[in-house]
Design a protein around this ligand. Sequence first.
Ligand SMILES: [Zn+2]
Length: 148
Amino acid sequence: MANPTDCDLEAYFREELLKKYALKKYVLLPKEQYNNNIADLTATDTSAKKTPHEYYLLKKYEVLKCGDVFESIRRRNANEDPIYFATLEDTYDIIKRAHIATGHGGRDKMVKELTKNYANITHDTISIYKSLCIECQRKRPTTKGTVV
Ligand SMILES: [Zn+2]
């Protein structure tokens, strides 16, 4: 890619995630699926008989209400801090923010930062982002020595 824009990079990033995690529903969470999960979870409380799908959701997720907004978090024990799920559409921006906040931090620094708050951002996802950051590519030392 010659001079890719942020938009190009995001599209490429999303494609890579779709390819890599097509079958891993727990990792790849398009916004539509995310909202459906929340709708199912909030409806479940009142239904007497649970479907296997509802059992699955209840085992994995919990819904957190922040003001008027419902968010899906990983099922937790009492007193545990909420761990959120990032939608496919938001993942790029979330990683980008963490990457900038850590001063173009390396993968391990970002993993530490992101796994604190998100249940479904994997090491590989972060690596894909890292490989796309133009600043980081520039900073990477080349194998050829610099002639002074
Ligand atoms: Zn960078």
